[in-house]
Design a protein around this ligand. Sequence first.
Ligand code: PXP
Length: 252
Amino acid sequence: MTIPLRLGVNIDHVATIRNARGGRHPDPVRAARLAAAAGADGITAHLREDRRHISDGDIERLRGEIDLPLNLEMAATEEMLAIALRHRPHAACIVPEKRAELTTEGGLDVVAGQDHLKPFVVALGAAGIRVSLFVDPSPPQLEAACRLGAPVVELHTGAYCDAPSPSARNAELARLADAAVAAAALGLECHAGHGLSFETVGPVAAIPTVVELNIGHFLIGEAIFGGLDSAVKRMRSQMDLARAAAQGERCA
Ligand code: PXP
């Protein structure tokens, strides 16, 4: 049996375009509704400390108006914890956040930061929120996530997607595949995301123990050319085809 692979659509950059002019257009909640209709299994949104894209009001509306599970990406700060506990999303993915970065540049250092992270993992978990830690595909980080009691890790796929050559990309893919095996052996549910596109999604979707991909920037960019419905449907189909093909190869 193929282990199902969920698609979480990150709608942050709909809000980036909206915020370029202020006002309400384009509305990320409308994008979430369209993504749901096109086959997304969940909606992901990152409420950043500087509110550069998603706003507090967006989170409130996503919780109130969208039926799909909401995955709130958040830094480990008291402010974000209070917001998560108020809105109670289905899941919270703790990410590192630097004010000057263009996007989340790397995974959390769970090994060095475990004392800081522990109360966030405990408080979110106690509220019934499924906690994931966004980490680089590195065994010590997975082991630290396990020690903290986080049920889920999300593997940062940025180094794989941005690799400068095919051989470097293959090496990064092998790191992801090994990390996904290690995560499963530790009893961690394994997600992956960052920088994925039509070109890069297949090999990650084929990793059997990865159960969720979170994809944003590429889908919203692609939506400019062919619409969000078509972008999400094509991504969904490429994920499913890659998953089924890998399963077929393992069974052959
Ligand atoms: N997963 C996490 C934890 C992220 O921080 C991001 C970026 O917000 C993504 C997935 C999606 O990355 P992208 O927008 O590059 O698809």
